[in-house]
Ligand binder design. Sequence first.
Ligand code: SAH
Length: 241
Amino acid sequence: MSVAKIRLYVEHPLGQGQSVPLSRDQAHYLFGVMRLGLGDQVLLFNGQNGEWRASVAEAGKRGGTLEILEQTAAQRMPPDLWLLFAPIKKARTDFIVEKAAEMGAARICPVQTEFTNAERIRRDRLQSHAVEAAEQCGGTFVPAVCELQRLDRLLADWPDDRQLMFCDEALAGASETLGSAGGSKWAILIGPEGGFSPAERTRLQSLDFAHPVSLGPRILRADTAAVVALTVWQQVLGDWS
Ligand code: SAH
């Protein structure tokens, strides 16, 4: 009998005594791919109710049922951090979403900047990458992936209480850091491979809530920059300490 090693995200309330129906895809994964049978255990989370151990009560080709046994972890929410990034090539965009989910971003927002190449994204595909990353990293939260939005519109409607860590490649090598900036609601902004346009940079520099930051003396690729910025933010203001 398999002891719970598999972690599965489900869109179903989780609690003592609950039974959780499985979708066709989930049944295929658990019984077809992972070869689980009756009585085998999995860990479940739904992004709200923590993590629960459950056992297989019914197993079929097109569905099945899990019975919840006990809670194994409390719900843990990430800091209130959004990652705004300009989508790049598919594999690199997938990487950014996966890393942001692992590193504790609360929301992942692809943004269209002047030099962004991608005109559209597959939000549902990116969302499933975020789910897989949460399943793999032991998290109980799955960040929401937003639809592609224009950066200028997003900045025009910016919430009063949120700070922006503006990662500006023009500052590479400068001593601009997050420093002593406070506040608990933040967003990180990473530009596309082509960088920010002069007009975007001027606008961003004029915004009170935007904090221009350097990520060191070298120009990083956008996917590297996203991971570095998340690391720096988590270390200085996030839930690492
Ligand atoms: N084509 C641009 C580089 C863009 S790098 C140029 O050659 O100047 C992609 C994004 O990563 C940038 O828009 C920025 O948000 C971030 N980035 C990369 N290196 C950085 C650095 N050293 N400091 C701050 N941001 C950086």
